[in-house]
Design a protein around this ligand. Sequence first.
Ligand code: SAM
Length: 223
Amino acid sequence: MEFYILSIFPNMFESVFGETIIKRAQEKGLVKIELVNIRDFTHDKHRTTDDYPYGGGAGMVMKPEPIYEAMDYVKSKSPNVHTVLLTPGGRIFNQQKAKELSKRESVAIICGRYEGFDERVRYLADEEISIGKFVLSGGEIAAMAIVDATVRLIPGVLGNEESLKEESFENGLIEYPQYTRPREYRGMKVPEILLSGNHKKIKEWREKEAKKRTIEWMGEEDG
Ligand code: SAM
């Protein structure tokens, strides 16, 4: 799978994409990530990517031309690329969307800055995604979250594919509580059932706890 990330701050991605699972996935050749600097597609001395909004108002808006030209470049390499525009008002990202993206061959993610994009940039997008009902200063952190959640679902990326089956949001449930050593820490004990060696009982306990957590979580979720 390949990602093209369009941003005016490509250096922000280096540490996140250069460590652990995403790094290994690239080394194994399962994922290719190309950082596309939108400024490389400007034609003025100051490499300008923003301008004043028509009609007035606070802040600056991302100009359409460098983003269109950056996408021309991406499409010259990957004509069928699926294009995601990051906007606070987009469809909220979730595990289902991560799965959907992980099955695609090529995804471009356009990161905004300033007060967002000239409206015409929206015509480039196959879909608009938000990572939550809050406003970030830019799309870079959202793109990192989306790439991270997506890459770990690509077959072969995780050492143990089994771990995906029991994770939160699989089968509509939040994952059950997990414990490791020590058996007791600051008065907090590992539930006896997990030490029993009775796999049937452990499975039942985990299912019950996962359901309990999910009900609690549903009560807290904001609509
Ligand atoms: N003025 C815009 C508005 O009110 O909708 C907010 C622009 S925000 C400061 C700058 C950029 O950050 C956006 O264009 C978008 O790419 C990104 N961004 C901000 N919040 C986001 C979110 N919740 N999910 C995804 N991207 C986000």
